[in-house]
Design a protein around this ligand. Structure first.
Ligand SMILES: C[S@@+](CC[C@H](N)C(=O)[O-])C[C@H]1O[C@@H](n2cnc3c(N)ncnc32)[C@H](O)[C@@H]1O
Length: 301
C-alpha cells in the first residue's frame, strides 16, 4: 500500500505532464500514441463550450462536472477553486464575480500553476490569483471564501477528512461550496483499486458516496445536497488493461457504480446576507464515452 506522500507524488507527476498539453493533445494521445488508459482523464468531463467566461486554453478536459453552475456565485464574491489546474473553473467564476470580486485558484503542481498564470495574463485579469500549495493545508486564511468550488480533485487527496475540514475553515460563515467529484457505490475490483494510473485518473482514490457526504457533514456543513449525478462508464479497452476477462465480466455484471456528483453545502453563520435561490431537484445523466456530457472528445466521435 502506498503512503499518502507517494500518492501525492504520483498525482503531481501525472498532472505536470498533462499541463503541457491542451485538451486536443490530451485526447489525441489517448488514440494510441500512448497508453489507452489515458482516456480515463477525459471521459467524465462536461461540455463548457456554452458557459460564460469559458477560456478554451484553460480547459484541459480534466473536470467531471460543472460546479460553478450550482455555485450561486454573486458579483463581488471571493471564490476559491481547489485543484484549479489550468484555471478552467476560475475563469468561469471570474465572469460571475465580475471585476469587483476575486478568484483564488490553488494547485500543488508547478506546471499547472504556471499554465494558469499564463492564461490569466493572456485574459488580462488582475483579480484571478493562482497560489501553489496543497489543498490539505491551504495557503489561505480562515473565513476567506464566499464560495468554494472544485472540479474532480478531492478524490485525489488521500486524506478526505482533512480536506473537508480545510474547506470548512476557509469558507466564510454564511458562505457555501459547490464541488464536482467522483464517488463510488460498491467496491472496485483490486485491479482497478490498486493501480496508480487509475488513482491519478480520479477513479481509484474515490470513496463511497455515503462516506463522502458524511465527511462533508462531519466537517460542519449544513443543507448538503447532491445537485447532479452522472453515471461514469469506463470503456472496456481501458478496463482490459487492469482486469482479466473474467474480472471484467464480473465487474460489468456487478452492481458497483462509479459516479460523478456535484454537491452543494453551506457554512451556517451570522453573515448570510444573500437570499438563496431554491436549488433544483437532482439531475441524473449517464456519462459514457458516446454521451453528450463527455463531448467534445475527438476520441469518441
Ligand atoms: C483532475 S485535475 C482537475 C483540474 C481542474 N479542476 C479542472 O477541472 O480542469 C486535478 C488537479 O488537482 C491538483 N491536485 C491534486 N491533488 C492536489 C492537492 N493535494 N493539492 C493541490 N492540488 C492538487 C492536480 O495538480 C490537478 O491540477
Amino acid at each position: 500500500m502506498k503512503s499518502e506522500q507517494e500518492l501525492k507524488d504520483i498525482v503531481r507527476d501525472k498532472y505536470a505532464k498533462i499541463a503541457n498539453n491542451d485538451m486536443e493533445a490530451n485526447a489525441a494521445s489517448c488514440c494510441g500514441a500512448t497508453t489507452p488508459s489515458n482516456k480515463v482523464y477525459n471521459i467524465m468531463m462536461d461540455n463548457y463550450n456554452e458557459v460564460e467566461g469559458y477560456a478554451k486554453d484553460a480547459d484541459l478536459g480534466l473536470g467531471c462536472g460543472l460546479p460553478t453552475h450550482f455555485a450561486q456565485i454573486s458579483k463581488g464574491d471571493t471564490v476559491i477553486d481547489l485543484g484549479s489546474g489550468a484555471g478552467n473553473d476560475c475563469f468561469v467564476a471570474r465572469h460571475e464575480v465580475g471585476p469587483e470580486g476575486k478568484v483564488i485558484g490553488i494547485d500543488f503542481t508547478t506546471e499547472m500553476i504556471n499554465k494558469a498564470r499564463e492564461n490569466a495574463d493572456k485574459l488580462g485579469y488582475n483579480n484571478v490569483e493562482f497560489r501553489q500549495g496543497d489543498i490539505e493545508n491551504m495557503p489561505v486564511g480562515n473565513n476567506v471564501a464566499d464560495v468554494v468550488v472544485s472540479n474532480c480533485v478531492l478524490n485525489l487527496v488521500p486524506n478526505k477528512e482533512a480536506i473537508m475540514h480545510e474547506m470548512f475553515r476557509v469558507t466564510k460563515p454564511g458562505g457555501h461550496f459547490s464541488v464536482s467529484d467522483v464517488v463510488l457505490v460498491g467496491e472496485l475490483p483490486d485491479g482497478l483499486r490498486n493501480d496508480a494510473e487509475m488513482y491519478a485518473g480520479c477513479v481509484a482514490g474515490a470513496i463511497q458516496k455515503d462516506e463522502y457526504i458524511g465527511l462533508i457533514k462531519k466537517a460542519g456543513f449544513k443543507n448538503v445536497s447532491v445537485q447532479k449525478e452522472k453515471t461514469i462508464t469506463i470503456p472496456d479497452d481501458i478496463l482490459e488493461k487492469y482486469l482479466n476477462p473474467d474480472e471484467l465480466a464480473a465487474f460489468r455484471a456487478g452492481t458497483t457504480g462509479i459516479y460523478s456528483i456535484t454537491v452543494y453545502g453551506e457554512k451556517i453563520g451570522k453573515t448570510i446576507e444573500k437570499p438563496r435561490v431554491k436549488l433544483s431537484e437532482i439531475q441524473h445523466e449517464t456519462c459514457t464515452p458516446e454521451s453528450e456530457c463527455c463531448t467534445p472528445n475527438p476520441l469518441f466521435i
